[in-house]
Design a protein around this ligand. Structure first.
Ligand code: GAR
Length: 208
């Protein structure tokens, strides 16, 4: 059984997609051990509570220094002894130790086709604003393993999504979530839980 911790900052629709996929048997061999949010009012926390999943908030506002926050965040993750950490809209710069300790055991969902529209400053709605500003006709989402860089770790899954005439950032965000994120994030967890992911030369691949 793959024990996962899901880290969130906001609405938690990706968390919901993971919970629904487990309930529907689309993700097997997996249990959510805990949910961690950096925001007290994140709706994701309510989703976790409703599903009876242990959830907690670790907010930078509750600590005197960034180091203390980092330590508390690491301790919170470790307390669940997870096999996999899933960043599902967790919009916080991660402590170095967390990344190091969970190398190849932490994935992130990013709302674009990496390496486009990623890196510092590209998160949430801002990604879709930039896609529309550039006039791209295709965008999408990426699940990747997390390394020391920003959105730079081994890519596991990607899915393309069409940009349509008249899209607003909100409309495009919703389409990317519905057509890509809510599918490839659960799929990635299921692949990992069932031993179907391998690493070679710094890249991640799905075993045939
Ligand atoms: C999602 O679109 C996710 O891809 C994005 O934040 C949103 C969270 O939504 N993550 C990033 O931008 C990370 N760089 P949710 O809370 O409803 O799952």
């Amino acid at each position: 059984m793959l024990k996962i911790v899901v880290m969130v900052s906001g609405g938690g629709t990706n968390l919901q997609a993971i919970m629904d996929a487990i309930a529907a048997g689309k993700i097997t061999n997996t249990e959510i051990a805990g949910v961690i949010s950096n925001k007290k009012d994140a709706f994701a926390l309510e989703r976790a509570a409703k599903a009876g999943i242990p959830a907690q908030c670790v907010s930078v506002k509750d600590f005197a220094t960034r180091d203390e926050f980092n330590e508390a965040l690491l301790a919170a993750v470790d307390s669940y002894q997870p096999d996999l950490v899933v960043l599902a809209g967790f919009l916080v710069i991660l402590p170095e130790m967390l990344v190091k300790n969970y190398k190849n055991r932490m994935i992130n969902i990013h709302p674009s086709l990496i390496p486009s529209f990623c890196g510092a400053g590209f998160y949430g709605l801002r990604v879709h604003e930039e896609v529309l500003a550039r006039g791209n006709k295709v965008t999408g989402a990426t699940v990747h393993f997390v390394d020391e860089g920003c959105d730079s770790g081994p890519i596991l899954l990607q899915k393309a999504v069409e940009v349509k005439y008249g899209d607003t950032p909100e409309v495009l965000q919703r389409r990317v979530m519905e057509e890509a994120e809510w599918n490839i994030l659960p799929q990635a967890i299921d692949l990992i839980a069932n031993g179907k992911v391998m690493f070679e030369d710094g890249h991640a691949w799905v075993k045939e």
